[in-house]
Design a protein around this ligand. Sequence first.
Ligand code: A3D
Length: 320
Amino acid sequence: MARKKIALIGSGMIGGTLAHIAAREELGDVVMFDIAEGLPQGKSLDLAESTPVYNSSVSLKGANDYADIKDADVCIVTAGVARKPGMSRDDLLGINLKVMKSVGEGLKANCPNAFVICITNPLDAMVWALQQFSGFDTKKVVGMAGVLDSSRFAYFLSEKTGVSVADIHAWTLAGHGDDMVPMVRHSTVGGLSLPELVKQGWMSQADLDGIVERTRKGGGEIVALLKTGSAYYAPAESAISMAKAYLKDQKRVLPVAAYCDGQYGLDGMYVGVPTLIGAGGAEKVVEFDLNDDEKAMFAKSVESVQGLLQACKDIDASLA
Ligand code: A3D
């Protein structure tokens, strides 16, 4: 069987990390694309020169021409600008919307059958715009945010309880903003729901509330520490888990920004929901039972995303 081809659109901090993991895990041949000349070529050469050390047989190539991503099986999009301290994800909208337009056109012309994972912020609006500009089937275009936010939630729970991350199943749904919804009732530590953990004295309600709040602001915590950009190791690992679920038809249920048309009462928009990922792309949205409080939090977050979608339409008339 021929090797799979993985196109990374954007070769900055996350793009470079994605290439590194994809090469180490031999997920496929990697093409790093960027508008910056020399950057994708330099990073891919550096990485290619490391492959003999760990015996990886994949090839790596840098490119400034979309023709080089021809027939890619998976495209992971990080092109655009990242947050600096004091910026919200929404501040990136105007610049990154234009970037999504050029990326969408590049994908449509060169790899119409690819599974596309968008990481560029503001995530829920950019994945929607990317699907619109590319015209791809909505099952083949998803956004990465929930795997990362849920991983942060799981890590903080592990740190507090001392239970291995391997035995923690955390879920964070809705939009990728500070009003995201960490799912306290649906997340488990060693099989116990988080309210049950509080009841049994593993942590106080105040501890749990603090973890929920820290999860919501997890991206900003890293931006404030790094000062020059945003998180990249955990976002890259998260997107790779989604790419693997598709390439290996793993049928994993992961929290991803998926197109909801009826599910969760939504009318044709992307938002973070548990989604079955396999060879068909986003094969099925899984519907959690939400109580009234959870529904209210979900609705508030969806409203923020709808505001961003309107802003996209106001900026680019072709999206209206
Ligand atoms: P960065 O290191 O700046 O890399 C972005 C790259 O995109 C740069 O190399 C640019 O040259 C390149 N680029 C800009 N315009 C274009 C274009 N038109 N075509 C191709 N390449 C272009 O950023 P990063 O890798 O740290 O972050 C990338 C994006 O991911 C940003 O928008 C972040 O906000 C976002 N991000 C999202 C999450 C989520 O969980 C959703 C987490 C962390 C970062």
